[in-house]
Design a protein around this ligand. Structure first.
Ligand code: C2E
Ligand code: MG
Ligand code: MG
Ligand code: MG
Length: 271
């Protein structure tokens, strides 16, 4: 899987690769149609405060309403999109849909959008983001761009684009933290506001040394500590004890269609 490789480039040969390549090409052709014909859908998963569980925002997570296969998660098509470059138009589509939706949410609720290495390497990416904000009316401070550690060191226009996003007032989050090149240098040099502990490090009955260390790093660098993949109350309590300020996970809410979140925002404890 491209994401797990984390080098943004070459992959050693493995048996079955050609077959997967052909499958990806088929997917990519269909995905091109999907983008043009509005078969993509954005789901939103609430991000909540610890403790308290108040909704402070939501993460935009793309889905594909496939005409034959039903609703597909990103695991079924993001790899193909990355490999063919379709992730760029797909990402732009998600960014515009997510900002448009979030502009209608009450108060200061934020929306987080995942951005891939390829998008962030594009010269002029901040201008694209600025246009989406403009068009939607969403203030820049209510948008968080999520990147992974490998994206942050991605080359091309990446470094200047990250600064460009910061200059717009957009917030940056390091996603899946702990699974890539999580170095102190990266934290010290990359202009991020938030780190998101990968769900593989969320305490699950065993030792929570990593979750603890990441929370301490967040404090040292004055960053928000967020935990993802929180599935139990016990985990939420442990993470609160470790100093995590926000969380996301099935325990609180699953990703849901925009309309469901809107309905929840009119009744729930928000802010
Ligand atoms: P991510 O950004 O780390 O998003 C969190 C993933 O964890 C989501 O999977 C979410 O549904 C899942 N999740 C949330 N809470 C829990 C939980 O309590 N337990 C478990 N087991 N899982 C939980 P999803 O929606 O399948 O997305 C997978 C990945 O696809 C995302 O990981 C992100 O890397 C990528 N992705 C999604 N949407 C986009 C997009 O618009 N653009 C790009 N470039 N990547 C996207
Ligand atoms: Mg994410
Ligand atoms: Mg994540
Ligand atoms: Mg993750």
């Amino acid at each position: 899987e491209a994401k797990a490789r984390g080098d943004g480039g070459y992959e050693r040969y493995r048996p079955g690769m050609e077959a997967r390549g052909a499958e990806n090409n088929r997917r990519a052709a269909a995905l091109r149609t999907a983008i043009l014909e509005d078969q993509l859908v954005v789901y939103f998963q609430p991000v909540v405060t610890l403790p308290g569980g108040r909704i402070t925002g939501a993460e935009a997570l793309v889905r594909w309403q496939h005409p034959a296969e039903g609703l597909l998660g990103p695991g079924a098509f993001i790899d193909a999109a990355e490999q063919t470059g379709l992730i760029v138009p797909l990402g732009t589509w998600v960014l515009r849909a997510a900002t448009r939706e979030a502009a209608g949410w009450p108060g200061e609720l934020t929306v987080s959008v995942n951005v891939s290495a390829r998008q962030l390497r594009q010269p002029g990416f901040p201008a694209l983001v600025a246009a989406a904000l403009d068009e939607s009316g969403l203030p820049a401070r209510r948008l968080t761009v999520e990147i992974t550690e490998s994206v942050a060191v991605g080359g091309g226009a990446t470094t200047e684009n990250l600064q460009g996003l910061r200059d717009l007032g957009v917030r940056l989050s390091l996603d899946d933290f702990g699974t890539g090149a999580s170095t102190l240098t990266l934290l010290a040099t990359c202009p991020v506001d938030q780190i998101k502990l990968d769900r593989s490090f969320v305490p699950d009955g065993g030792p929570d040394a990593i979750a603890d260390a990441v929370a301490q790093m967040a404090r040292a660098f004055d960053l928000d500590a967020v935990a993802e993949g929180v599935e139990t109350e016990e985990q939420a309590i442990r993470l609160t004890g470790l100093g995590y300020e926000k969380a996301q996970g099935y325990w609180f809410a699953r990703p849901m269609p925009a309309a469901d979140l809107r309905a929840r925002l009119t009744t729930a404890d928000v802010g």
